[in-house]
Design a protein around this ligand. Structure first.
Ligand code: FAD
Length: 318
């Protein structure tokens, strides 16, 4: 009857989005009067007992190194078995790359109702389990009642406040058979020194208004000052001014940082679809009619080549 929260990791460390999912799952458990437990596939260097501070009493670990890389088919099989073994009735993912690849597959295996992209705690009054989720690229909300006994939810990153307390969790080995993976990892390329875009608190993003790749120095400087990740619009990645892993939007990464700087980006609907869940949006554009200003919390009408270096100098003084 517990709530089981899937814990994602990279480079031996638990991902920040998992802390949020753990807090969210622990809150659901408190709401429905049960315990929250965590599930981790693979091996990490982090001390898993510390996950107790996010409200879980137990961390189940399937410590098989085959599971250190995402293989959606293998993951969904192992997770479904882990859910059955642990007796959980609610399974929580972060709606990140792993959650997107796996949540629906696991729910199919468990014959469970699934809501992806949840943005608030479920309404469990009157015996319901109604989950609010974003739809139409964040333009509207839907309230979905999951009425199957087993329920699967993935939580939109940065939509719930992480709360860390004092608890310590028991770490237990979970004995689940792991098949050979059909995925062969040929190489892993690490982007040294860069903050992963989907995990970043602050993102500094540039568009075609920056004219060319040679002008990205000021974007990188501002990002460095702010300890931020860098991103770009699609035409910028398509023109190879920036690498494709920086492309945000409908067809790129969907991100929800606390602070998003859009510099020389018009604010096309396809771009907004990937960034409009950011908590605060700052737009710098020389055209006062640029559509992005409608989505901005703060806007500076001005030439990026003028504004960005000055802004950087002022922030450095803080
Ligand atoms: P532009 O539209 O050329 O805008 C440049 C902006 O810079 C303008 O607003 C201009 O006023 C401003 N500017 C110019 N010079 C300066 C200066 N010196 N200082 C300050 N501001 C300046 N786009 C994405 O970004 N992500 C996606 O995932 C995506 N998916 C798409 C999917 C589909 C199916 C389609 C059809 C399109 C998609 N697009 C996507 C493209 C999208 O429609 C826009 O064409 C794109 O976002 C525009 O990029 P931009 O704002 O960088 O460039």
């Amino acid at each position: 009857m517990s709530v089981l929260i899937f814990v994602d990791h990279a480079d031996g460390q638990v991902k920040k989005s998992s802390f949020e999912a753990l807090t969210f799952g622990a809150k659901i458990a408190a709401q429905i009067g049960t315990t929250a437990e965590a599930l981790l596939l693979g091996t990490v260097t982090d001390d898993l007992s510390t996950l107790g501070k996010y409200g879980v009493t137990k961390v189940h670990q399937v410590a098989n190194e085959t599971l250190n890389h995402l293989d959606a088919q293998l993951y969904s099989k192992v997770i479904a078995e882990a859910v059955t073994t642990s007796g959980a009735t609610v399974l929580v993912f972060s709606h990140n790359q792993t959650g997107k690849a796996v949540a629906a597959r696991v729910s199919a295996r468990l014959k469970a109702g699934v809501v992806t992209g949840a943005c608030a705690l479920p309404d469990t009054s009157s015996g319901n389990f109604i989950v609010k989720k974003t739809v139409f690229s964040g333009k509207a909300f839907a309230n979905v009642n999951i009425n199957s006994p087993m329920k699967v939810i993935s939580l939109n990153p940065n939509s719930f406040t992480t709360i860390a307390g004092e608890g310590v969790a028991d770490v237990v080995a979970l004995n689940v058979a792991v098949d050979a993976s059909k995925v062969r990892v040929a190489a892993v390329t690490k982007i040294v020194g860069e903050i992963p875009l989907t995990e970043a608190d602050i993102v500094v993003s540039g568009g075609r208004g920056l004219k060319g790749p040679e002008n990205w120095g000021m974007i990188e400087d501002l990002a460095k000052t702010l300890h931020a990740a860098t991103a770009c619009s699609r035409p910028v990645a398509d023109a190879h001014w920036r690498p494709h892993h920086e492309h945000v939007g409908q067809t790129g990464f969907q991100i929800a940082p606390n602070l998003y700087f859009a510099i020389g980006i018009s604010g096309a609907i396809q771009h907004l679809a990937g960034v409009n869940r950011s908590k605060v949006i700052v737009v710098i554009n020389k055209d006062p009619e640029a559509p992005f200003f409608k989505a901005a919390d703060y806007g500076i009408v001005g030439d990026a080549f003028d504004v960005v270096p000055k802004l950087n100098e002022e922030i450095k003084k803080l």
